[in-house]
Design a protein around this ligand. Structure first.
Ligand code: URA
Length: 235
């Protein structure tokens, strides 16, 4: 595939802009500078770089972000900066969308993709993909709180009770809780309906994919092939 086309597909701008970028000597393929926009490049396993930043060739792009507190899951945020401000421009140009949302004060695993099917599969209520949260509580929790969350609680504006997929105490004031829906403020509302209050919420996993310890708040990285397989299997 022509190098100019590869850059264009990866969100580096119009064909004209990509051509100029390549001609200016800022692009390398497998570590070797290439200034011919029409060079025919083999794409399987391709890693190219722009200004010394590596980009794997991806037909579709899926990444994970460790969302810090104080960012809104919106392209038009109102009170806080957007989560999209944490991503590099080429990913935004590719049209990556967040898979589900986290509240501005919630931290942890947030996925983005330009693969519409993957996004629909992971967010479809029918697929029941578990989202796991570490929950800090205002008041001490006990077995009755866990029981209520597992049995199901009725939220305002909902017709049916919502029950946690799993729930266990991890400390005097902390829980690990998984839910399969993705309703507005779901965990906070469930915990409130069960008679306690969420002080802090962190998403640690989606399906079989956990947030890696080494990914610090505000950092993002590509999903590996095995992680993508695990995610698709879980959906
Ligand atoms: N449930 C909530 O209440 N908030 C989130 O951010 C995610 C799940």
């Amino acid at each position: 595939m022509e190098l100019e086309r590869i850059l264009h597909r990866h969100g580096f701008g119009s064909r004209k802009i990509c051509r100029a970028l390549i001609r200016s000597g800022r692009v390398a393929v497998c570590g070797i500078p290439v200034d011919d926009p029409f060079a025919d490049i083999s794409v399987p396993d391709l890693v190219f770089s722009v200004d010394d930043v590596d980009w794997p060739y991806c037909e579709t792009a899926t990444i994970m972000l460790n969302k810090p507190a104080g960012y809104e899951c919106s392209r038009k945020p109102i009170h806080h900066p957007s989560i999209f401000s944490l991503l590099p421009l080429p990913l935004l140009e590719r049209g990556l969308q967040n898979i589900g949302r986290l509240d501005a004060d919630t931290t942890g695993l947030l996925l983005f993709t330009d693969d519409g099917k993957l996004n629909r599969d992971l967010t479809s209520p029918k697929r029941k993909v578990a989202k796991t949260y570490a929950v800090q509580l205002k008041h001490p929790g006990g077995p009755e709180l866990v029981r209520a969350l597992l049995d199901g609680v009725l939220l305002h504006d909902e017709q049916d009770c919502l029950a946690a997929v799993s729930c266990s105490l991890t400390g005097v004031r902390s829980l690990e809780l998984a839910v399969s829906e993705g309703k507005y403020h779901q965990v906070k509302r469930m915990v409130a309906a069960a008679g306690n209050r969420v002080e802090f919420l962190h998403r640690s996993a989606i399906g079989g994919l956990s947030l890696p310890d080494e990914l610090k708040p505000g950092q993002w990285r590509w999903l590996g092939d095995a992680e993508l397989v695990r995610l698709r299997e879980g959906a």
